[in-house]
Design a protein around this ligand. Structure first.
Ligand SMILES: [Zn+2]
Ligand SMILES: [Zn+2]
Length: 373
């Protein structure tokens, strides 16, 4: 059976608009109505064909499929397209080519869910050590106070089915060779439209507001730590889920300590006499306690003195877990000496045998060996 082109059947050009197709159909349907032709077989077939053509061309999606695939778009296994099965072939071809409809509920949720928000919070090292509760101010889309997030005024039902998408929340359009599915612009994917929109939020149920929020930052956070606060992001459209709030932690520079994980590191310059004779230094601990560090006699530049348990608190560490404190020794050579001090050092030098500084002695020994080779 050779199919007649649907456009030819209705006698309209391929680019005809909806109105032209509709009026052509009405005219032809009247003309070929079986009642008028006294049930003539040929006329009945013609009437069916016209109805069939109109059924496809009046629907933008079916029409697009027809434009692309011709009658094949409506055939199921090559059967007679007029068979009682009707348009089953249509949904088949859609599901094979364009995939099944997504789960509608899931799609709606996504379309209306509030966005996640980012908030950068700067802490001192002490605050990061103890953890802190901070009050922050967020400007974001939040539940509309006028309508309490309903999106409409009055006590009646707020929404009705969206006409544009038939309540599906999405529409299909033809783009070149492809059928593209996208969220319905009229209802923004919800499938419903507001009947009496709230003047404050224009039916969204959320409006830009400033709100204060108290956030708890646990002990032990570091530069770049991200804290998720569920549900404190942007409000969703009407009853949809809120987004989340993410706190991004930044640490201010500390005058004494650098941080490597849970270890606190202090660069500690010591005078050369302390380095030679030994002594002690006192450091301000991150918890406020003084830390006395014993400097052993003969300490060298670059040596690390470790004080266990005086470092940073451990993030999510139950109890009193703490890292270590490390003092990195830098021996400073004196540059401003009095005449008397210089004289004393001169006297010291005269007593030197070379054994006081073994590294110096061995270096020059190696240098001498090298020259005498
Ligand atoms: Zn409102
Ligand atoms: Zn819609």
């Amino acid at each position: 059976m050779v199919e007649q082109d649907y456009y030819e059947l209705l006698g309209v050009p391929r680019g005809a608009d909806e109105a032209a197709i509709k009026s052509a159909y009405r005219r032809l349907a009247k003309e070929h109505h079986p009642d008028r032709k006294n049930g003539c077989k040929e006329s009945e077939a013609r009437f069916k064909a016209i109805a069939q053509a109109y059924d496809v061309l009046k629907d933008p999606q079916k029409r697009a499929a027809y434009d692309r695939f011709g009658h094949a778009a409506f055939q199921n296994g090559g059967g007679d397209p007029f068979a009682e099965a009707g348009f089953n072939g249509f949904s088949d071809i859609f599901s094979t080519i364009f995939g099944d409809f997504m789960d509608q509920r899931g799609a709606r949720q996504n379309a209306a869910r509030g966005a996640d928000l980012r908030y950068d919070v700067e802490l001192s090292l002490e605050e990061a050590f103890t953890g802190i509760e901070k009050t922050i101010t967020i400007e974001a889309l939040s539940t509309c106070e006028v309508c309490d997030g309903r999106g409409c005024t009055g006590l009646d039902r707020c929404t009705s089915h969206c006409q544009t998408c038939g309540g599906m929340g999405k529409i299909r359009t033809q783009q070149g060779f492809f059928m593209v599915e996208r969220g319905c612009p009229n209802c923004r994917g919800s499938g419903e439209v507001i009947t009496n929109p709230c003047g404050n939020c224009h039916g969204e149920g959320r409006a830009l507001t400033q709100r204060k929020l108290s956030v708890k930052i646990p002990p032990g956070v570091d530069e770049g730590t991200r804290i998720r606060i569920a549900g404190e992001g942007e409000s969703g459209v009407r009853s949809a889920a809120n987004g989340d709030l993410y706190l991004f932690v930044h640490l201010k520079r500390h005058p004494i300590y650098a941080r490597e994980g849970t270890t606190l590191i202090a660069e500690c310059p010591v005078s050369f006499t302390t380095a030679a004779l030994g002594g002690s230094i006192s450091l301000p601990g991150i918890d406020g306690h003084k830390i006395e560090l014993k400097i052993p006699a003969g300490v060298q530049s670059g040596e690390q003195l470790r004080h266990r348990g005086s470092g940073m608190s451990v993030l999510n560490g139950r109890g009193a877990g703490r890292g270590d404190l490390v003092a990195r020794i830098l021996v400073e050579t004196p540059t401003r000496m009095s005449a008397k001090q210089k004289k004393l050092l001169e006297e010291f030098r005269e007593t030197e045998t070379g054994d006081e500084c073994p590294a110096v002695k061995s270096f020059f020994a190696r240098a001498r060996d090298y020259l005498s080779r």
